[in-house]
Design a protein around this ligand. Sequence first.
Ligand SMILES: [Zn+2]
Length: 296
Amino acid sequence: MPSLSALLCILPFLSFVSTQAPPSSKSEWASNGVGAVVKVPNGGLNSIPYSAYTKTKWTWGKLPQHCYNAAMGGRCNVYDVEAYDIQYTDCSEVNVMCRCSNAQVSIDQLANDFGRVPVKARQWANYVSAWSAPSCSAASNDQKIDIYGDCNDQVGVYFHEVAHSLDGPLLAGIGAPHAWSYGQEWQDLVALDTCVADNYARASYAESWAQVAVMAAYHANVQDIFTVSPSVGCIVNQVSKVIEQIVDTPIFRRVAGQTCDRWWPKDPTVCMGPEAEAAGACIGITSTRAGRRFVA
Ligand SMILES: [Zn+2]
């Protein structure tokens, strides 16, 4: 069964090393994973509202560089990648989303579930994509979120990946050498507690922070995390800090009328390849023959 414990996360800055009571030395708050807890009651995070959107499919033949690269890396036949402009009503900037035609997550499921993340957090991610895989996992890198496999009804995955986008540029600062969660303050908070969120949180400081961020999303949008079972007593220092950082602010709390105030540079638009060029679908894009790469 897919769960948050199946997440694969690629972070741009993992060189910081700690020696003090690392997450791997801690017990687990949620023995079946945070993902199981945040599904209740009544769907939990899966049932919170999403921002309305309109979608516009790109004409076949052109792709954002990120999606082209993912396909050429083996995720999909490049000619089977679909790109969409997703325009949420709470942001004037579009999110470009891609999916392979055989991805388990449809474009509307992708837009719905990403849209459940409140805009003040969602705006820290840029591209979102979905690809076929045997089970649910996801990755976050450079403000780009990739969803692999059947991650439907796994909204915690989206909050987890957006959390990585917050941990870097929002909390540590744009261009910072490492995520905030690799700093001394988070290490000290983990050391103070007797548990981390779940088994996946034991992987690193970044994963421990992101899993507590999912707990914070639940606290902000579903129910008071301090009233759930199991008690958060063993993780209270971590939970209290992350609530202070992203719920009180209120980045992870949906508030009516919130709009975006941040956007990111868009990737170059590239041609899918010779078949698209031959079909006249890449007019306006300058091709560079080297390596069959087509760069705008
Ligand atoms: Zn992660």
